[in-house]
Design a protein. Structure first.
Length: 411
């Protein structure tokens, strides 16, 4: 099978993100992906019209709205204030790490993993700084926790939502909880023990001291409270719409943009806030959509799974994890779901697709959008996670995660 230009560009992009350095130059992830998108455009692997259509503006606008809220929360001091009250009773690093893992993990099932990635990154960096612990430990905990936690809900991530809406499940929330809740909780505990093993030198008997932070901008804080209330309320509306099968496409984009409106309309610092949001991550996603569409058009990965028994639990989990690294999890689900429905796959197979395509984010950095959001936000503050640092824990974690989901889904 011949490799097309799109596949070669994808492999080079993957390699450059793994290396990140050429001589003394550190290559930003967004710049690597942008160059990849430009190459497939210039070489005619995808037309400008196709490229424009490939951009999922729902995702871009969702991220924009949540970035605005996250930046306002951080700038007002309210985010630090909230984190103090959430973590103040933790006495040891183990206790604190469990709170981070289960807090981020379970909230991601409700608020969506990308939302927790945006809001959680400044929190975990603040925790590592305040307690003089490795920022990499906390960043990895956040990356893996929001991925694992988002498995158990139809609105935990975009690919789950796609399966819930188009998979014909009679009650997706009940189905996801029935098959995925217990293994997800087990996998969150496994994450804790793996991080404790790989970062054992960080764990001492020293008692943590939490410093209370005062709110810096009360007016902006009040607007943030309104924004958060709107986001939470609209998420419950979204859940109700899914439960009641209301024939209205209440998109996550609407939640993020409506939530950001109080800050954009009424804050005197709106321009400053918008300037400070993570524009490089938005560039990354626009570029990724173009490159992945070009890869999709090549038909290379579609041909790889032809002739395989694609409906077995084992095949679904393995194919989902592997192909998600190359064409991303949402396109993978868009490809795989119709094939499963065609062969009459049931609820277990659909939840296996949700688990596999989501847990793929724990293998390598490119496996989940939330990983990119966390790492690029961290790099703005002078911290990062390398490809190898992520994979060192991500590979064994993903293997164990898959085994846990496999055991519960074959019963």
């Amino acid at each position: 099978m011949l490799l097309t230009i799109s596949i070669i560009v994808l492999l080079i992009v993957f390699l450059l993100i793994a290396i990140r350095r050429i001589g003394n130059v550190t290559l930003p992830i967004w710049a690597i992906m942008l160059c990849g998108a430009l190459v497939v455009l210039v070489t005619g692997q995808i037309t400008p019209i196709e490229a424009l259509k490939a951009i999922n503006f729902d995702v871009i606008f969702f991220l924009f709205g949540m970035f605005v809220i996250g930046q306002a929360l951080e700038q007002s001091g309210y985010l630090e204030h909230l984190s103090y009250h959430f973590f103040k009773k933790t006495e040891t690093l183990s206790h604190l790490l469990l709170f981070v893992i289960f807090g981020a993990g379970l909230l991601s099932a409700l608020l969506m993993n990308d939302t927790l990635a945006i809001i959680g990154t400044p929190i975990v960096l603040m925790l590592s700084k305040n307690h003089k612990k490795s920022p990499k430990l906390f960043l990895l905990a956040l990356c893996f926790a929001v991925t694992i936690g988002s498995v158990l809900s139809p609105i935990g991530n975009p690919q789950n939502l796609l399966i819930a809406i188009n998979g014909g499940m009679p009650n997706p929330f009940v189905s996801f909880l029935k098959y995925l809740f217990i293994p997800t909780v087990i996998n969150l505990f496994i994450l804790f023990f793996l991080l404790r093993y790989f970062y054992k030198d960080e764990f001492t008997n020293t008692k943590l001291i939490h410093l209370k932070k005062h709110i810096e901008d009360q007016r902006l804080t009040n607007l943030c409270k309104i924004s958060l209330a709107l986001v939470i309320f609209l998420i419950f509306v979204k859940i109700a719409f899914v439960f009641l099968k209301v024939p209205f496409d209440f998109r996550l984009t609407y939640i993020a943009l409506i939530g950001a409106l109080p800050i954009i309309l009424f804050s005197s610092k709106r321009i400053e806030i918008v300037k400070k949001i993570d524009w490089s991550t938005l560039v990354f996603f626009v570029s990724m959509f173009v490159l992945m569409q070009s890869v999709w058009n090549s038909g290379f990965f579609q041909s790889l799974i032809s002739g395989i028994n694609i409906s077995s639990i084992s095949a679904i989990l393995i194919i989902s994890v592997i192909l998600s690294q190359f064409i991303s999890n949402v396109p993978l689900v868009a490809l795989y779901l119709p094939l499963l429905l065609l062969v009459g796959a049931g609820t277990k197979q659909l939840t296996a697709l949700a688990a596999g395509s989501t847990i793929a984010g724990n293998l390598f950095i490119l496996g989940a959008a939330s990983n990119i959001i966390i790492i690029q936000n961290a790099e703005k503050k002078g911290e990062t996670i390398t490809f190898l640092e992520f994979a060192k824990i991500g590979i064994p974690l993903t293997i164990i995660n898959l085994l846990v989901y496999w055991l519960f889904l074959i019963i």
